[in-house]
Design a protein around this ligand. Structure first.
Ligand SMILES: C[S@@+](CC[C@H](N)C(=O)[O-])C[C@H]1O[C@@H](n2cnc3c(N)ncnc32)[C@H](O)[C@@H]1O
Length: 228
C-alpha cells in the first residue's frame, strides 16, 4: 500500500483508539492515567519498547522529551538520580504530573510544559535524553495529533539542532523511529547535523519495523569518557 495512504489509515485508527480508551493502563507494572488527548502508552508498541531499553544508573540525570503520560520518565526514575520531563501538550503535562504523584516520585521527577528545550535552563545537562518523536506526515489538526505528526521532520531537525548543548560530555540521545517514516532518511538528516548513531534495538510488527538508536554528537567525545 502507498506510504501516505498507510500513514493516513494509521492516524485514523489511532484517533479511534484514543477516543475509546481504556484511559487507565498498565505498562511494566506501573499504572498510568490518561485522557483521549494523551498518547496511550499501552496501545502502541513504542512506549513499552523504549521503556524496556532505558539503561540508566543512580548518578544519571535524564530528560524525557515529549513525555505524554510520563511513562518513560517514571520508568527511568526507578534508577536515575533526577528526571525532567517536557511536553508541548498541556493535557499530557497534567496527566504526567498526576502519574508522577501517584508513584510518589514528585521529588525526583519534574514535568514541564513547553516546546522542546524552551522550558529548560540552558545550564541543564543530561546524561540521557529519551525521545520518541512523532513521525507521520501531514498537518496536526488537534492537540493530540502533535503526538503523531511531524511535517517534513521539522521537529527532529529542531531537536537535533539544539540537543548537543543539553548533553553531558558522555551523554547520548535514545530515540525511537519507524520504517514507515523512512528511518534511513531521518538518520541522514541527523548525521548532517553532526551526530553519529548505533542501533540499540529493532522490532518488526505487522505494519512497520521500529528502531531504537543511540545518538551522540560527533565532535565532543573523547572515547574514554563515552558510555558504551
Ligand atoms: C509519540 S508521543 C510519545 C509519548 C511518550 N514518550 C511515550 O513513549 O508514550 C510524542 C510526544 O511528544 C510530544 N510533543 C510533540 N511535539 C513536541 C514539542 N515540540 N515539544 C515537546 N513535546 C512535544 C507530544 O505531545 C507527545 O506527547
Amino acid at each position: 500500500m502507498h506510504t501516505k495512504l498507510r500513514q493516513s489509515l494509521i492516524i485514523w485508527l489511532i484517533n479511534k483508539i484514543q477516543k475509546f480508551g481504556p484511559h487507565r493502563v498498565k505498562v511494566l507494572g506501573n499504572t498510568y492515567e490518561i485522557s483521549e488527548n494523551v498518547f496511550n502508552p499501552k496501545r502502541y508498541y513504542t512506549s513499552k519498547l523504549m521503556a524496556e531499553h532505558i539503561n540508566v544508573t543512580s548518578s544519571d540525570k535524564i530528560l524525557d522529551m515529549g513525555t505524554g503520560s510520563g511513562v518513560l520518565a517514571i520508568t527511568a526514575a526507578k534508577h536515575a538520580r533526577e528526571v525532567v520531563a517536557v511536553d508541548i501538550n498541556p493535557e499530557a503535562v497534567h496527566y504526567a504530573k498526576k502519574n508522577v504523584r501517584a508513584r510518589g516520585l514528585e521529588k525526583k521527577v519534574s514535568v514541564m510544559e513547553g516546546d522542546l528545550f524552551s522550558p529548560l535552563d540552558p545550564e541543564h545537562k543530561f546524561d540521557v535524553i529519551l525521545f520518541t518523536p512523532p513521525y507521520f506526515e501531514g498537518t496536526p489538526k488537534t492537540l493530540f495529533e502533535y503526538a503523531l505528526i511531524d511535517p517534513d521532520k521539522l521537529l527532529v531537525k529542531k531537536f537535533f539542532g539544539a540537543a548537543k548543548k543539553y548533553l553531558t560530555p558522555r551523554g547520548y540521545v535514545q530515540m525511537m523511529y519507524s520504517s514507515i517514516a523512512d528511518n534511513e532518511s531521518v538518520l541522514q538528516i541527523i548525521h548532517d547535523l553532526g551526530w553519529d548513531h548505533s542501533l540499540m534495538a529493532r522490532r518488526r510488527t505487522l505494519t512497520e519495523t521500529f528502531f531504537i538508536y543511540k545518538l551522540r554528537p560527533v565532535t565532543t567525545l573523547c572515547p574514554s569518557s563515552a558510555r558504551v
